[in-house]
Design a protein around this ligand. Structure first.
Ligand SMILES: O=C(O)CCC(=O)C(=O)O
Ligand SMILES: [Fe+2]
Length: 309
C-alpha cells in the first residue's frame, strides 16, 4: 500500500537520467508529496554512523545536553518534550537537537567527533537535496539553479537545519503522539529512519499550503535504514503555486503494548532568509523567506489557540 503511494526513485547515474528522474519526482510531488530515494550516494555505514552519534548525544545527562539549549529565537539547540502541536493540543513525546551550520554545536569533549561527522553528513544531505531541487525547478519552469541559489547553504542567511530526533521507548501510548499531525513548513525535507523503528504515517490530499484540513486516511510508511524519505514542505507548495503537495504526516507509538525507541534524522531545506519567494504563476504575492516563515508561524499559532480552546 505505502509502496504504491510513495514511489521508490533511484538517483543512480543522475547526470544521464535527469529527465527520467524529474518525471518521477514531479509525479510523486504532485500526488503523495512523499517519495523514497535510493542509490542516493550515502552508504548504510554513513547513515548508521550518524545515528550512532545521535544516540551518544541523547544518552548524555540532561545537564550536558542542555549546554546547547533550544532557543525560540533561532530554533537551534536541544529540546525535551517541548513541541506543542496545534493538531493535538499536546506535547510530542520526543527530544530533539536542531543544528544549523552557523549555530552552537555540542562539544567534542561531550560527544567525540560529533561536529566533524555531522557536518559531513549535512553536506551529503545538501548534495542530494540539490539534485532533487534542480529537477523540481526545471519542472516548474524556473531556471535550473533557482532553488539551489535559494537554498545555498554557503550563504550566511541560509536557514537550513538538521534535526536529530529521539522518541523514547514507551508503553500503552493511547492519547499521546510521538509527533502529532503536521506539515513541514520549510521547502524540502529528507528523512532518515532505522530498520524496525516504524511509526511514520502520511495523509495525502491537501489542496492549498494555507489550509489546515487533513483527511482521515493515514498510511504507515515502514522504516528502513538506507532509503531516504523525501517530502515537500509548505514553502515549496507555495513556491509552486500549490502544484507540489506538502502533506500531513505524524508519528505514532502503539496504543497498547510496548513501542521500542525510535531515532530519526530530518534535514530541512528552509531557504535563505532574504530570498524572494513566488510561484511561476504568481498565485500568491511575492515575499521573502523570512516573511513567509513569519506568516506560517502566525497561522500555526492561531491554530494553536483553536486547538487548546
Ligand atoms: O521522526 C519522524 O519520522 C518524523 C519527523 C517529522 O515529521 C518532523 O520532524 O517534521
Ligand atoms: Fe515532519
Amino acid at each position: 500500500m505505502a509502496e504504491r503511494l510513495v514511489p521508490v526513485i533511484s538517483l543512480k547515474d543522475f547526470d544521464n537520467r535527469k529527465e527520467e528522474i524529474t518525471a518521477q519526482l514531479v509525479e510523486a510531488a504532485e500526488t503523495a508529496g512523499f517519495l523514497t530515494l535510493v542509490d542516493h550516494g550515502i552508504t548504510i555505514e554513513e547513515i548508521e554512523k550518524q545515528f550512532a552519534i545521535s544516540k551518544t548525544f541523547f544518552e548524555l545527562p540532561a545537564e550536558v545536553k542542555g549546554k546547547t539549549p533550544h532557543s525560540r529565537e533561532t530554533n537551534n539547540g536541544w529540546e525535551y518534550k517541548a513541541q506543542l502541536r496545534a493538531s493535538t493540543g499536546t506535547y510530542d513525546q520526543k527530544e530533539s537537537l536542531w543544528l544549523r551550520r552557523g549555530s552552537q554545536w555540542p562539544s567534542d569533549v561531550d560527544v567525540p567527533n560529533f561536529e566533524e561527522i555531522t557536518r559531513t553528513f549535512m553536506d551529503k544531505c545538501a548534495g542530494i537535496s540539490n539534485q532533487v531541487l534542480f529537477c523540481l525547478a526545471v519542472a516548474l519552469g524556473f531556471p535550473e539553479d533557482y532553488f539551489l541559489v535559494a537554498n545555498d547553504v554557503n550563504k550566511p542567511d541560509c536557514l537550513t537545519q538538521l534535526r536529530l530526533i529521539h522518541y523514547p521507548a514507551s508503553e500503552d501510548s493511547v492519547g499521546t503522539w510521538r509527533a502529532g499531525t503536521h506539515t513541514d513548513i520549510g521547502c524540502l525535507t529528507l528523512l532518515f529512519q532505522r530498520e524496525g523503528e516504524d511509526g511514520l504515517e502520511i495523509c495525502p490530499g491537501r489542496e492549498s499550503h494555507t489550509s489546515f484540513a487533513m483527511g482521515d486516511t493515514f498510511t504507515p510508511l515502514p522504516a528502513h535504514t538506507g532509503p531516504i524519505v523525501v517530502n515537500i514542505g509548505d514553502m515549496l507548495m507555495a513556491w509552486s503555486d500549490d502544484r507540489l503537495k506538502s502533506n500531513f504526516h505524524r508519528v505514532r507509538a502503539k496504543d497498547v503494548g510496548k513501542s521500542p525507541a525510535r531515532y530519526s534524522i530530518a534535514y530541512f531545506n528552509q531557504g535563505r532568509r532574504d530570498f524572494v519567494l513566488q510561484g511561476p504563476k504568481k498565485k500568491y504575492p511575492p515575499m521573502t523567506v523570512e516573511e513567509y516563515f513569519t506568516q506560517a508561524v502566525q497561522r500555526n499559532f492561531a491554530r494553536q489557540q483553536l486547538a487548546v480552546a
